[in-house]
Design a protein around this ligand. Structure first.
Ligand SMILES: [Zn+2]
Length: 229
């Protein structure tokens, strides 16, 4: 069995979507204090972390983009949705800021030799981290899905899709449209994934990425993992 880690490191002030607060990590304890109980003295290390529920590699809950009463928060989404069969499409050749069309999705699917099955997770590798990670353009210049491509995925019955960027579609109106389409179509997406290049050409795999049980959460950081049996 091979496990591929698809999550980014959570670090102090890690790059994030400009609309969300940053990750702030401070040292709470660093073995500098000794505490004694009875005859035993110990020290410990611990961090204090403040973060958005959209920090680092994360999944959006329906309540994030769906204002209707009853839209599920992250603690209400079934765990089965985060333990799925999955494939990865290679769209790493598209230019930055490009909105990927249905024709391009179909071409990538054909090239993968795979099919999209109901409830699948579909990873969309766009070469975003290769080109923008560590660059100030990272939160702005990424490519993404055209609105029609979000609907194309929904038409195929997927559960969710994943991207490397902070948004599923290019910055601005297209991104708002993609989030709204997810609400309309009952699907969701993960953002800020890593290592998708390691999934290309590997066929079908098991995806696991459980969210934290944040009551009322609009999303959650996940430890996203691809498993090849
Ligand atoms: Zn989102």
């Amino acid at each position: 069995m091979e496990l591929i880690d698809l999550s980014r490191e959570l670090t102090h002030r890690t790059p994030h979507h400009p609309a969300h607060p940053p990750v702030v990590i401070t040292v709470w304890d660093d073995h500098h204090m000794k505490v004694t109980a009875g005859n035993t003295t110990v020290s410990s290390k611990a961090l204090s972390i403040s973060f958005s529920d959209h920090a680092g590699t994360h999944v959006d809950a329906p309540v994030h983009f769906d204002p209707r009463p009853g839209a599920a928060s992250i603690d209400e989404v079934p765990l089965e949705n985060f333990y799925t069969s999955a494939i990865c499409l290679d769209l790493s050749h598209v230019p930055l800021k490009h909105a990927i069309t249905v024709a391009e999705m179909e071409e990538a699917l054909a090239k993968s030799g795979q099919e999209i099955r109901p409830k699948d997770t579909v990873m969309i590798y766009m070469g975003t981290n290769d080109r923008l990670w560590g660059d100030p353009r990272y939160p702005h210049d990424f490519p993404g899905l055209a609105l029609e491509s979000v609907h194309w995925l929904a038409d195929k019955g997927i559960g969710m899709f994943g991207v490397e960027a902070v948004s599923p579609s290019p910055e601005g109106e297209l991104n708002f449209q993609a989030h709204r389409a997810c609400a309309e179509r009952g699907i969701t997406h993960m953002e800020c994934l890593f290592n998708m290049d390691k999934l290309v050409g590997r066929g079908r795999f098991r995806f696991v990425g459980f969210p934290l049980k944040i009551k009322g959460g609009s999303g959650s950081p996940i430890r996203a993992v691809a498993i090849f049996e």
